[in-house]
Design a protein around this ligand. Structure first.
Ligand code: NAD
Length: 295
C-alpha cells in the first residue's frame, strides 16, 4: 500500500486521516497543533517533523487546511511539500480554497514533475467521521484514477468534474447553495415561531416536502437545542463566500443573494460569533424579530 502524508488535522482532517488508517494505509501526519498530531500517532500514524518531511516520506500527500494562503505556505513555502516531493508525487488538496489558487499551486508543482488534484469535500464533521463525504475533484483523469480508491475511504462519492480548479469551483457552488439554504431556513423558522407555532412540529410537517433538505435535517435539530458548536464555523463560510464572489467577479457573474448572506455572516462575526457553527446564522434573524427558535 502507498504511504500517504496528511497535513492539516483539524475538525475535518482528523477524522479523514483516521479513516485512512482504518483502511490500512501507512500514514505520516503533520499539523502546527501538536495535540492533533499526538492523537493521530496514538491511532497508529507516524509524526512528520514538517510538511517537507511528510512529503519526503510519502507517495501521496493530502492537505486539509483553512484557505488558499495556508495551502500555498504548506505546499510552496519554506520547509513545504514542494521541497520534499519527488517527481511523480501526487498532491491532493482537499481544503476549500480559491480555484485560481489551486491552478497557481498546481502550475508551480508541475515544474518539478509533481501532479496535483483539488478535491474539496462536502458533508461536514459527521460525514468526515463516517467516511461518507461528497468529494468533488479537479485534475487529470489518469491521476484521479490512481487515487480514486483512496478518496473513497473518506467519501461515499468522488466525482471528477474537470481540469484543476474544477473541484473548488464545484465547492463554491455547493457553499452558495448551503448558505442560502441556511438563510432561508432561518427566515422561515423565525416567522413560524413569532407567529405562534411550535418549531419542532413545523420542521416535522415540512421536512418530507419540497422545502425539505439535507441542510434542514442537519441544522434544525441543533438550532432547536440552541447548539451552535462548530461544525462548520461562520468564519470559514465567510471565506468561501468571499472566494465565490472573487471568482464570480473574475468570470463576470453577479451573486446578489450570496452577497446578502455574506453581509449577514459579517454582522454575526462583528457580534463575536465567527467561531460558531454556520447554523448559528439564525441568531441574526432572531435578534431582528426578538424571538428564539428553541424547543
Ligand atoms: P480547522 O481549522 O479545524 O483545521 C485546519 C487545520 O489546519 C488545523 O488543525 C490547523 O492547525 C492546521 N494548519 C493551519 N495552518 C497550518 C500550517 N501552516 N501547517 C500545518 N497545519 C496547519 O478547519 P476544518 O473545519 O477542518 O476545515 C478545513 C478545510 O475543509 C477548510 O477549507 C474548510 O472550509 C473545509 N471544510 C470544512 C467543513 C466543516 O464542516 N468543518 C466541511 C467541508 C469543508
Amino acid at each position: 500500500m502507498q504511504t500517504i502524508g496528511f497535513i492539516g488535522l483539524g475538525i475535518m482532517g482528523k477524522p479523514m486521516a483516521k479513516n485512512l488508517l482504518k483502511a490500512g494505509y501507512p500514514l505520516i501526519v503533520y499539523d502546527i497543533n501538536q495535540e492533533a498530531v499526538e492523537e493521530l500517532v496514538d491511532c497508529g500514524a507516524m509524526a512528520g517533523r514538517s510538511s517537507k518531511d511528510v512529503a519526503t516520506k510519502s507517495e501521496i500527500v493530502i492537505t486539509m487546511l483553512p484557505n488558499s494562503p495556508e495551502v500555498k505556505e504548506v505546499v510552496l513555502g519554506a520547509n513545504g511539500v514542494a521541497e520534499g516531493a519527488q517527481p511523480g508525487t501526487i498532491v491532493i488538496d482537499m481544503s476549500s480554497i480559491s480555484p485560481i489558487a489551486s491552478q497557481e499551486i498546481a502550475k508551480e508543482l508541475a515544474k518539478q514533475g509533481v501532479v496535483m488534484l483539488d478535491a474539496p469535500v462536502s458533508g461536514g464533521e459527521p460525514k468526515a467521521i463516517d467516511g461518507t463525504l461528497a468529494i468533488m475533484v479537479g485534475g487529470p483523469q489518469d491521476v484521479f484514477a490512481k487515487v480514486r480508491d483512496i478518496l473513497l475511504h473518506m467519501g461515499s462519492s468522488a466525482i471528477l468534474v474537470g481540469e484543476i480548479g474544477s473541484g473548488n469551483v464545484t465547492k463554491l457552488a455547493n457553499q452558495i447553495i448551503v448558505a442560502l439554504n441556511i438563510a432561508a431556513m432561518s427566515e422561515a423558522m423565525v416567522l413560524a415561531v413569532k407567529a405562534g407555532t411550535d418549531p419542532e412540529k413545523v420542521f416535522q410537517a415540512i421536512r418530507g416536502g419540497l422545502a425539505g433538505s439535507t441542510v434542514l435535517d442537519a441544522k434544525m435539530p441543533l438550532v432547536m437545542e440552541g447548539n451552535f458548536e462548530p461544525g462548520f464555523r461562520i468564519e470559514l463560510h465567510i471565506k468561501d463566500l468571499l472566494n465565490a464572489l472573487d471568482t464570480a467577479h473574475t468570470v463576470g457573474v453577479p451573486l446578489p443573494l450570496s452577497s446578502q448572506v455574506l453581509e449577514i455572516m459579517q454582522a454575526l462575526k462583528v457580534d463575536g460569533k465567527a467561531k460558531e457553527d454556520h447554523g448559528g446564522l439564525i441568531q441574526f434573524y432572531e435578534k431582528l424579530a426578538n424571538v428564539e427558535v428553541r424547543k
